[in-house]
Design a protein around this ligand. Structure first.
Ligand SMILES: C[S@@+](CC[C@H](N)C(=O)[O-])C[C@H]1O[C@@H](n2cnc3c(N)ncnc32)[C@H](O)[C@@H]1O
Length: 234
């Protein structure tokens, strides 16, 4: 798949905390997090500033910071137009679990982009932003305690097929004992056909797999997160 097929659209740490049921009190001080397909999200910047340990991996990081900002600026208008043209596809509502309207959502994306851009050069030098991507991550086994994948797997189900999802989960569980994926919906707002493929594979491998309801919904009905653990259970 071409990198240009995937939009550099970043979420904030508050959104990651909601999508992935993360607690600043319990999880931030205790776990090493790996954000795969993190793009211009500000989770790494914000949690690092708060004392957390986060590494982000994305092919986008091959670009200089200014190039990532430019790519975001280039797609922002198109995405805003698509959001405005399809209001029924989104769960508009009161913050913080939802967005009240398109301008509020765009302001949040701008906030994430600005925090990411301010952190990117220093974070790359420190090894917190690593150029790479699925299906082969440039990291050793058990480099993290929890891998997070926001808005890439399942969402891009047309571009990333079922076998690629299985390969991605195998690779994610090589570098961390637990992976969390949000959302389970495709870009068209339907439950991804690869959800059953991944659940079936996880069960055959003896991994724990569960789907959790979360208090965050932007795509309508997009409020579920999958947890897969090689420790079993679930
Ligand atoms: C929609 S953005 C999501 C950004 C961030 N996770 C968030 O939710 O705010 C999708 C990201 O997937 C990245 N991507 C594309 N191909 C990838 C691959 N093979 N492996 C990992 N990430 C990839 C893109 O560069 C882009 O930054």
């Amino acid at each position: 798949m071409e990198l240009s097929d995937v939009i550099p659209w970043g979420r904030t740490a508050d959104e990651y905390e909601r999508m992935f049921l993360l607690s600043r009190t319990d999880d931030l001080p205790t776990h090493r997090f790996l954000g795969v397909a993190d793009g211009p999200a500000s989770f790494n910047a914000e949690w690092t500033a708060a004392g957390g340990r986060v590494t982000s991996v994305d092919p986008l990081y091959a670009l200089p910071g200014a190039g990532i900002v430019a790519r975001y600026a280039a797609v922002r208008g198109q995405v805003a137009a698509a959001l405005t043209a399809n209001p029924g596809a989104y769960a508009w509502g009161p913050a913080p679990a939802r967005f009240p309207n398109v301008p509020a959502l765009l302001r949040r994306r701008d906030t994430a982009m600005a925090a990411f851009a301010a952190d990117f050069d220093a974070g790359r030098a420190a090894g917190r932003y690593v150029t790479g991507g699925l299906p082969a991550l440039p990291l050793p086994a058990d480099a993290a305690d929890v891998a997070l994948v926001s808005h890439y797997l399942f969402l891009y189900s047309r571009q990333v097929d079922g076998p690629a999802h299985v390969a991605a989960v195998e690779e994610l569980l090589r570098v961390a004992p637990e992976v969390r994926i949000f959302p389970l919906l495709t870009l068209a707002g339907e439950v991804s056909p690869h959800v059953d493929t991944v659940v079936g594979h996880a069960r055959r491998r003896g991994w724990g797999v569960s789907v959790k309801q979360v208090d965050y919904e932007v795509q309508r009905d997009g409020n579920q997160m999958m947890v897969i653990s090689r420790r079993g259970g679930g």
